[in-house]
Design a protein around this ligand. Structure first.
Ligand code: ADP
Ligand code: MG
Length: 477
């Protein structure tokens, strides 16, 4: 939670003393220090403070901290530190479980790499044609971020050489294990020079991690942060439900507390499917994130949730792993997870920006054993509230998200940039910038979030007008 707020200690210390968690304590170049300032990284997060001094000193690391704690910079800064930009060879490789996580990591590395000129970072993941990747590789890259399978493909085609590699990173190692990548990872590691530095990052610490680490880390330091969240910032409430009431209780919570963005966790895919069906039937903007979505569908779901045009994202723990979503007002545990660590992890997803958030849990009699384990782990008793205190759904307007997503056919392939869309909406059509939310340009589509009240007008305007001098097709998602 401390990632946004500089600690009060640092604010008071000002220029006279360097606070313990200040980046200025690290042996980083002056340009990197000022880049961090520009990014608003005023103080290290706890996992960064614990791991950066060791990693920058060249140690192998096993680092564990929850999602959203700033792990990316904790490995990106050391790999950039090890890098020689004048040497045109792949010097760092980051393995990630999915394309979407690889994209997030690439973005963060690029922002951090801005301190130096001309550092090239390339993403290599499955699900996209090899041809473009081969061309990009031929142009050279300093840093590669990718999924284990696709990296192996390139190694076997000899389109990727790792002999100049000095940093190997395994990000979301627990998830890669879940997905059965252990052997692929070991094979990739074998293709790296033995003198490299290896950094392993993970949100949880299942048994398999130490086994994996033992295979190819050298005398690693362990950095574990199973921090408890500040109880005052996250308000937890438990409701006892009968199984027959559970799905309806979710809509009661939504209508009563009216959070803009809610992540609803279910223990099974079946429960996810049931819940989304019920919520949608009641008029909620609810979407499900699950493994059977193809990449385009998945992108659409995430874009809509992040741009505040979807009120509820329903997911299992596996599907929700690693998503970097800020501004979650609420988390709902539709089922109680049998693993108390998972509960703490779920609850920690809420209230990440201003630190405030709701965590609601629905528990049936059968789940009281799990609630007991959660209480034991949290060191406090769960606060129970009766369902009857929630306002009657029939008496309130149905909860609606503030924004609506419009999909424009055409994206990076057509060289559309966010500015083109913004220009068409504000200059050509006269809408106010404040009525327009996030603009996401994907390969073949562009998504723009607009305020609900102007959505129809924007849709008509864009369909009749032009973007980048061309007529476009637009539809409401
Ligand atoms: P994790 O990998 O642990 O889930 P991320 O690396 O994705 O977490 O970081 C979560 C968010 O915190 C990102 O938006 C990132 O830009 C931001 N962040 C990371 N480090 C800092 C910092 N020191 N100060 C402020 N924000 C930070
Ligand atoms: Mg991460």
């Amino acid at each position: 939670m401390s990632k946004i707020d500089p600690s009060p200690a640092q604010a008071v210390a000002g220029a006279t003393a360097v606070a313990e968690n200040a980046f200025a304590r690290l042996p980083l170049s002056a340009s990197m220090q000022s880049n961090l300032q520009q990014l608003g990284y005023l103080a290290m997060t706890p996992i960064q403070a614990a791991s950066l001094p060791l990693a920058l000193a060249g140690r192998d690391l096993i680092a564990q901290a929850k999602t959203g704690s700033g792990k990316t910079a904790a490995f990106a800064l050391p790999l950039l530190h090890n890098l020689n930009p004048r040497r045109f060879a792949v010097q760092a490789l980051v393995l990630c479980p999915t394309r979407e996580l690889a994209d997030q990591v690439t973005q963060e590395i690029r922002r951090l790499a801005r301190a130096e000129d001309n550092i090239k970072t390339l993403t290599l993941c499955g699900g996209v044609p090899l041809r473009n990747q081969l061309t990009s590789l031929a142009h050279g890259a300093h840093i590669v971020v990718g999924t284990p399978g696709r990296i192996l493909d390139h190694l076997s085609r000899q389109s990727l050489a790792l002999d100049a590699l000095n940093t190997l990173v395994l990000d979301e190692a627990d998830r890669m294990l879940d997905m059965g990548f252990a052997d692929d990872i070991a094979q990739v590691a074998q293709a790296c020079p033995t003198t490299r530095q290896t950094l392993l990052f993970s949100a949880t610490y299942p048994e398999g991690i130490s086994k994996l680490a033992a295979r190819f880390l050298r005398n690693p330091q362990e950095v574990k942060l199973t921090e408890r969240h500040a109880a005052t910032k996250i308000r937890q409430r438990f409701y006892e439900v009968k199984d027959t009431e559970r799905l309806h209780a979710v809509s009661q919570l939504l209508n009563h507390f009216r959070p803009v963005s809610t992540l609803a966790f279910c223990n099974t895919k079946l429960r996810c499917r049931e819940l989304v069906a019920v919520l949608q039937a009641q008029g909620f903007a609810a979407l499900e994130l699950h493994g059977d979505l193809d990449q385009r569908e998945r992108d659409q779901v995430l874009v809509q949730f992040a741009n505040r045009s979807c009120s509820v994202l329903v997911a299992t723990d596996v599907a929700a792993r690693g998503l970097d979503i800020a501004q979650l007002e609420a988390v709902i545990n539709v089922d109680i997870t049998p693993d108390p660590e998972v509960h703490i992890h779920r609850v920690g997803r809420t209230g990440r920006a201003d630190g405030e958030g709701w965590a609601f849990s629905l528990a049936s009699m059968d789940e009281m054993g799990s609630v007991g384990r959660i209480d034991a782990m949290q060191g406090s008793e769960s606060p129970w509230h009766p369902l009857s205190e929630l306002s009657d759904a029939d008496n309130t307007d149905p909860l609606q998200p503030p924004m609506v997503t419009l999909q424009i056919v055409g994206g990076r392939k057509e060289k559309i940039r966010p500015g083109d869309v913004l220009g068409a909406l504000t200059k050509d059509l006269g809408f106010a910038g404040s009525q327009i939310g996030k603009i996401n340009v994907n390969e073949f589509s562009t998504y723009v979030a607009v305020e609900r009240s102007v959505a129809d007008a924007v849709l008509r305007g864009l369909n009749a007008g032009k973007v980048k001098g061309k007529s476009v097709k637009v539809r409401r998602l």
